[in-house]
Design a protein around this ligand. Structure first.
Ligand SMILES: NC(=O)C1=CN([C@@H]2O[C@H](COP(=O)(O)OP(=O)(O)OC[C@H]3O[C@@H](n4cnc5c(N)ncnc54)[C@H](OP(=O)(O)O)[C@@H]3O)[C@@H](O)[C@H]2O)C=CC1
Ligand SMILES: CC(=O)C(=O)O
Ligand SMILES: [Mg+2]
Length: 496
């Protein structure tokens, strides 16, 4: 840590950590686990975003498996080149929507590598059981195509049948090589592929889309915890999203599902308290004909509205969620409008990395005169306002996917079910203590994350057994203890 702290530039710390991961994996994990709050922003958002942007010029060694269009017809052979045989989780991207930074092509590899290091550090999966994959179908990023250090195929993205066939060959090869119980986590695909891939492979593979499902689960957990501060039930609230893509509609659907479970009201009804704004304005029924399929359930009856501020004034949400990938969109006027409608406005600025955050923690607290309950996708430091210290939470799917994955592994689950996402949300919300709420913090600190992950894993596994989706029999009696006993620890033994 002393050596690492010598570097003042975050990207240099990132490179030092990647070198360490290569040189001494056990020490890398020991360091990451023991200093998780300090090092998460280095190996994960925001620094991993900059690393992906500059991946070609900082490249040392391949840290994961690249599968390119050129390998079509030979993907099984390529998979067999990976030295580890016993793989439990694959995080795969095609690099088209890396955080809120857009198409970074093959340089998106930083994301599967970073996510999998969290699977190990936060969720206790063995490093050797983790496989980062980047599917290289080209990039539409002209700057990268002209960059002499770009590491991927220099062509525009393959689409349509060519893309679908490559992905299908990959999914078939994965199941053939690693069996039915390998988790395939889709990460940072563009939404025009993400929803389809999830729908296509959910019935046949153990697939999980972190951006749609993991994000939904972490946000629902934050909302459940926040109810202890704002009062009422979920059904009493009105939700407005800026951004109606994977994250936005994924979260919206899980909130609607939870309200439906709590109130026995049909989903079509519970969706009506949830509104979304996309780049063209509020999603309303008059737009239905031209909306992408994942937006259609959210097209409610209302006159068209263009901007977010007008939408806030018209809808009067109690909860405002940013999932647009566009920074600075929660302006002073927007936050003030939220604060004029609500005693305690709940504001989540989920977009990553920090540069894309819809607003900063300081802006949220200052513009709401210290009344906002705020969390963000990338971390912000505590803020002092009017002699009070506010600790912003980090509403990031990193709270969910490591424990969720561990739960799937320890139960031998063969499919993911929405009820498992709800179970994960409840488990995370339960870990938010009064001392956190006293600081207006709606997520528990990351310093306890391994305990949190074990609890999430236990609830997810319990749900898998309940749903008949678990194949590891008999069911362990104490699932929390069992989860903890399965977790990889980078122990250093004393030989003296
Ligand atoms: N905190 C967390 O754990 C997570 C955070 N995220 C972050 O969320 C962001 C979005 O990700 P994702 O949902 O996958 O992306 P998508 O591309 O699927 O969705 C983005 C949405 O934002 C809308 N949008 C873009 N620009 C504007 C604008 N200026 N005003 C209003 N709406 C706009 C788009 O509109 P249109 O449809 O009209 O183009 C689209 O509906 C990213 O920054 C990502 O990092 C994602 C997953 C997890
Ligand atoms: C956190 C995450 O998955 C994202 O920003 O895409
Ligand atoms: Mg993501």
């Amino acid at each position: 840590m002393h050596n690492l702290r010598q570097y003042e530039v975050p990207l240099q710390r990132y490179m030092a950590m990647m070198d360490l991961q290569e040189r001494n994996e056990r020490l890398f994990y020991k360091l990451l686990i023991d200093n998780v709050e300090e090092l998460l922003p280095v190996v994960y958002t925001p620094t991993v975003g900059e690393a992906c942007q500059k991946y070609g010029s900082i490249f040392r060694r391949p840290q994961g498996l690249y599968i390119s269009l050129k390998e079509k017809g030979k993907i099984l052979e390529v998979l067999k080149n990976w030295p580890e045989r016993n793989i439990q989780v694959i995080v795969v991207t095609d690099g088209e929507r890396i955080l809120g930074l857009g198409d970074l092509g093959c340089q998106g590899m930083g994301i599967p590598v970073g996510k999998l290091s969290l699977y190990t550090a936060l969720g206790g999966l063995r490093p050797s059981a983790c496989l980062p994959v980047t599917i290289d179908v080209g990039t539409n990023n002209g700057k990268l195509l002209n960059d002499e250090f770009y590491i991927g195929l220099r062509q525009r993205r393959a689409t349509g049948q060519e893309y679908a066939e490559l992905l299908d060959e990959f999914m078939t090869a994965v199941k053939k090589n690693y069996g039915e119980k390998v988790i395939v986590q889709f990460e940072d695909f563009a939404n025009h592929n993400a929803f389809e891939l999830l729908a296509k492979y959910s019935p046949t593979h153990l697939v999980f889309n972190d951006d749609i499902q993991g994000t939904a689960s972490v946000v629902l957990a934050g909302l459940l915890a926040a109810l202890k501060l704002v009062g009422g039930t979920l059904a009493d609230h009105t939700f407005l999203f800026l951004g109606a893509g994977e994250a936005g509609t994924g979260i919206a659907e899980l909130i609607a599902l939870e309200i439906s479970k709590q109130t026995n009201a049909p989903l079509e009804e519970t969706r009506k308290k949830i509104w979304l704004v996309d780049s063209k304005g509020l999603i309303v029924s008059s737009r239905k004909g031209s909306l992408q399929h994942f937006k259609k359930p959210w097209a409610h009856d209302h006159e068209p509205i263009k901007g977010l501020l007008d939408a806030v004034k018209a809808i009067k949400p109690t909860v405002l969620i940013g999932s647009s990938g566009v920074g600075k969109t929660f302006t002073k006027e927007v936050v003030e409008a939220m604060a004029s409608i609500n005693e305690k406005p709940l504001i989540l600025a989920l977009s990553n990395p920090t540069s894309q955050s819809e607003c900063t923690a300081e802006e949220a607290y200052t513009w709401s005169e210290g009344r906002a309950i705020f969390a963000s996708g990338s971390p912000f430091d505590p803020v002092e306002y009017n002699s009070r210290v506010f600790v912003p939470g980090q509403a990031n799917n990193a709270y969910i996917f490591p424990g969720f994955g561990l739960g799937l592994v320890i139960s031998g689950a063969i499919r993911v079910h929405d009820d498992m996402l709800l179970a994960a949300s409840e488990a995370l919300a339960e870990q938010v203590k009064q001392e956190n709420l006293d600081k207006v913090l709606i997520y528990p600190p990351f310093s306890n994350i391994r305990k949190i992950s074990a609890n999430i894993a236990a609830k997810v596994a319990a749900k898998a057994y309940e749903l008949g989706l678990a194949s590891r029999l008999p069911r362990p009696k104490d699932l929390v203890k069992y989860a903890e006993s399965c977790m990889y620890s980078p122990l250093y033994r004393s030989y003296r």
